[in-house]
Design a protein around this ligand. Structure first.
Ligand code: APR
Length: 264
């Protein structure tokens, strides 16, 4: 259990280094019942991503991808945000979190109320026909593995980035811009090994930002402050402590970063 003193220290450090930007990975959705990829029980421990989740494999045989992701996509509405997602949405509402970059495709940050979000790897919400480009919205997709378009029989593919695919240019540009101009990057629940997301902590540090990590174990993000534990436990504690730190700074009239918080 992370001692309160370390949570307070992290909150003071973040409060002194606004604006704050967050980078999240699969770990923040584990407490919502969505398995991660590389940590114990992860999807890639059971299935080879090169065979099941690369764009080349998908073009060769889309049934492989759909055999491991079809059930998750058809149950997407069953998953709900956990206290970790909710804490980040509260930080945004309080004017303490400027932007949230996520590698996740589950849409749980938006379900929790986060609005200023960049989905680096796309979203499972949108699914389109590779032949006629008709749009479908999960979980409302035709049956079948792979599901085929009702209009033309083409194969359906989620609007997510498979291995070997380029990231959406606008999303990547925004993520780099946010990392390069923040005062603190809060890295939550990512193994920080998949590029280009894995470079964002280095970009933030290159601009003199503080990197704070919340994870069950340290990742290569190289955080100056590491808060060991589950996101759903640590983030609500950190959010409470951060409100306190901001109030203290306000009472002392200490200058914040760019975006002074509102409605604390
Ligand atoms: N709270 C915080 N961190 C957690 C929790 C939790 N409850 N559970 C697991 N973690 C941490 C793990 O220790 C690990 O560092 O979350 C991280 C999950 O790592 P990955 O499974 O590799 O997920 P991620 O980093 O998001 O993967 C990046 O790889 O497969 C691609 O496109 C996929 O977006 C994904 C990308």
């Amino acid at each position: 259990m992370v001692p309160a003193s370390l949570i307070e220290e992290a909150a003071r450090a973040i409060a002194a280094r606004l604006p704050l930007v967050a980078l999240t990975g699969a770990g923040i959705s584990v407490e919502s019942g969505i398995p991660p990829f590389r940590s114990p029980g992860g999807l890639w421990e059971k299935f080879d991503p090169a065979v099941y989740a690369s764009i080349e494999a998908f073009r060769r045989d889309p049934s492989k991808y759909w055999s491991i992701r079809g059930d998750f996509i058809r149950r997407l509405d069953d998953f709900i945000p956990n206290p970790g997602h909710i804490a980040l949405a509260e930080l945004e509402r309080a004017g303490l979190l400027r932007h949230l970059i996520t590698q996740n495709i589950d849409g749980l940050h938006q379900k929790a109320g986060s609005r200023s979000v960049t989905e680096l790897h796309g979203s499972l919400r949108e699914i389109f026909c590779l032949a006629c480009n008709r749009r479908y919205h999960a979980p409302h997709i035709p049956p079948g593995t792979p599901p085929r378009c009702d209009d033309c029989g083409g194969v359906l593919k989620p609007n997510t980035v498979l291995f070997g695919e380029a990231l959406p240019a606008e999303a990547l540009e925004r993520a780099i811009q946010e990392a390069a101009t923040c005062g603190c990057l809060l890295v939550v629940g990512t193994s920080a090994v998949v590029q280009p997301a894995a470079s964002l902590p280095r970009i933030a540090r290159g601009n003199g930002a503080l990197v704070v990590e919340v994870n069950l174990e340290r990742s290569p993000a190289g955080a100056e402050l590491f808060l060991e534990g589950a996101a759903g436990v640590i983030l609500p504690r950190l959010t409470d402590a951060l409100r306190g730190s901001i109030r203290l700074r306000q009472s002392k009239g200490t200058r914040h970063g760019e975006d002074p918080p509102r409605n604390l």
